[in-house]
Design a binder for this molecule. Structure first.
Ligand code: IPE
Ligand code: IPE
Ligand code: MG
Length: 237
């Protein structure tokens, strides 16, 4: 493989609506095509050795969307896993989630739980769906848990960069190496905040449903050329 492979890739999958609009189709078609793109890309990511792929599927702020759009998005996991769960099982991909699922319809929660259960022993790519997820909410919840633990133990527990992530949703996940956002917007939109502290950022113009292996390779080529200094100096200095 000629590219450096990020251990943890995080994607802000934006532009499903614009993809559909440009084709004169309903936004739901964009979301369906977007979900197909997740399946193809995760099989490819697994093949090239990416270990963690976190995809932003529904933000804490997406509750502001119209009811009919949200209702379609809540049905999409069933459509998606009916079509593709077997592919994930066959390819050793482990399905995970971050975010507060309890606000979603029970049917959707059950589908997600079943996908997680059926892939829980898989050891390949961890494919993590951020659903009703917000980076600020995750940090607040960490603060709450920390404070609760301090009160329970009746002392001020030491915090370090090593133990602080234990209060986050996926303590076992490494920091994000690369964030890709599709569809031209250059913002984070409350995605992983702590975890992207030293991530490389790539913004592409293509809408998410058009994102494919070739485009991921292009992003990896850019990522490979980035000089990740983490506050230090590079070898030439
Ligand atoms: C991203 O596509 C998917 C979700 C936020 C659920 P959008 O629905 O945001 O598409 P645009 O940005 O309106 O084109
Ligand atoms: C970010 O996209 C959330 C997801 C991709 C799920 P949005 O379309 O919601 O972001 P904004 O509103 O343009 O910042
Ligand atoms: Mg958008």
């Amino acid at each position: 493989m000629k590219y450096k492979i990020p251990t943890h890739l995080a994607i802000i999958m934006d532009g499903n609506g614009r993809y559909a609009k440009e084709k004169g189709l309903p936004r739901s078609v964009g979301h369906k095509k977007g979900s197909d793109a997740i399946k193809s890309l995760s099989l490819y990511a697994n093949k090239i050795g990416i270990q963690y792929l976190t995809v932003y599927a529904f933000s804490s702020e997406n509750w502001k969307r119209p009811e009919d759009e949200k209702n379609y998005l809540f049905k999409l996991p069933k459509i998606f896993f009916d079509l593709y769960l077997q592919d994930f099982i066959n390819n050793n991909i482990k399905i995970e989630t971050i975010g507060d699922l309890t606000q979603f319809p029970i049917d959707m929660q059950k589908i997600l739980q079943s996908a997680k259960d059926k892939t829980s022993h898989n050891t390949g790519l961890k494919l993590c769906f951020a659903l009703n997820y917000g980076g600020q909410q995750e940090i607040m919840s960490a603060m709450q848990q920390y404070a609760t633990q301090c009160l329970q133990e009746n002392k001020l527990i030491d915090l370090s960069l090593e133990n602080a992530p234990n209060y986050f949703l996926k303590p076992e996940y490494p920091m994000v190496d690369l964030v890709i956002r599709t569809s031209g917007e250059m913002r984070i939109s409350n995605f992983l905040l702590w975890q992207i502290a030293y991530a490389e950022m790539i913004f592409v113009q293509q809408h998410w449903p058009d994102f494919d292996n070739i485009l991921l390779d292009e992003c990896l080529a850019i990522y490979t050329k980035r000089d990740r200094r983490f506050g230090g100096l590079n070898d030439e200095n």
